[in-house]
Design a protein around this ligand. Structure first.
Ligand code: G
Ligand code: G
Ligand code: MN
Ligand code: NA
Length: 260
């Protein structure tokens, strides 16, 4: 309960900030974008990870202002990078979206307003939605969430299924969703479980993505041998500690400047 009032304050008192983790093209080795990941510098408890407060934010409804803040912050950061470095005009930003936000009818207006105020078009923004949320909520074609996905698509905002492979997608249904990108859950890439069987799973997800015309990102790439396997299987993009950890904004800029 104390944490709840604290979180409310945090949103308005600048205790939240974003880290940025690069997403790399496995074909060109260039950074194509970043995933924004929220952090909370709690005045007493220290640095808190989103797993410690996102569930609370979802239970209390605070995820709406928090999520809106995160989108605004990520987009204005991207815009300011692009203004400094015109080479970055094609770089995009991924923001995680809670299912609760997708059910908020104001979401689309909020996004229109924030893109407009920052000076970006929808093409620069990608939204990550977990597979489990999609499967639980989008089977009904008339849902608010479904309509929202269509409206995002009209604005050329790309939609990613996050943690793909863990949410038991109905594969036939996947075909009907207005999504653009699959992010393979890191449990399929991870060394602990890496082996012949896992590369077979990754291979079948690569084939699935190809058949559906979707781009594919591998999460949790930690070792050169995982990278080699992904390149061999022709996975499009990678993200993980091998390339970089989630970075503070200034470090992310520094990291990116190496590829100019
Ligand atoms: O940053 P970290 O690697 O600890 O992220 C843990 C989890 O928190 C991930 O599942 C990530 O998707 C989620 N997360 C991070 N930032 C946000 C955010 O801004 N909104 C939502 N809804 N989830 C986030
Ligand atoms: O659920 P989502 O994919 O949004 O969460 C991203 C989470 O994965 C963040 O907590 C981030 O810190 C973490 N992460 C990013 N790269 C790696 C990696 O290479 N290995 C592991 N174990 N975690 C990673
Ligand atoms: Mn994510
Ligand atoms: Na994920």
């Amino acid at each position: 309960l104390e944490l709840e009032t604290d979180l409310q304050d945090a949103i308005y008192n600048k205790q939240l900030y974003l880290n940025y983790q690069p997403i790399v093209s496995l074909e060109t080795n260039q950074i194509t974008g970043f995933e924004a990941l929220v952090r909370w510098k709690h005045p007493k408890r220290g640095l808190l990870s989103p797993t410690e407060f996102i569930p609370l934010a979802e239970e209390t409804g605070l995820i709406i202002p928090l999520g809106q803040w995160a989108m605004m912050e990520a987009c204005s950061q991207l815009r300011s990078w692009q203004q400094k470095f015109p080479q970055l005009s094609a770089i995009s930003i991924n923001v995680n979206l809670s299912g609760i936000q997708l059910g908020n009818p104001d979401l689309i207006n909020q996004i229109d307003d924030l893109l407009d105020s920052v000076g970006l078009t929808g093409e620069s923004l990608k939204l990550e939605i977990t597979e489990s949320f999609l499967m639980e909520n989008l089977m009904d074609n008339s849902s608010i969430a479904n309509k929202m996905l269509e409206q995002l698509k009209e604005r050329k905002i790309k939609l990613c299924i996050d943690d793909f492979g863990t949410g038991y997608s109905s594969l036939s249904y996947l075909h009907h969703l207005p999504i653009d990108i699959l992010k393979i859950d890191r449990s399929f890439i991870n060394p602990k479980t890496n082996g012949r069987k896992n590369s077979d799973i990754v291979k079948s997800i690569v084939n699935l993505a190809q058949d559906l015309g979707l781009a594919l990102v591998a999460e949790g790439v930690e070792t050169p041998s995982q990278l080699a396997m992904l390149k061999e299987l022709k996975c499009d993009y990678g993200q993980g500690y091998l390339f970089a950890r989630p970075l503070e904004a200034s470090q992310a800029m520094e990291f990116m400047s190496h590829q100019f």
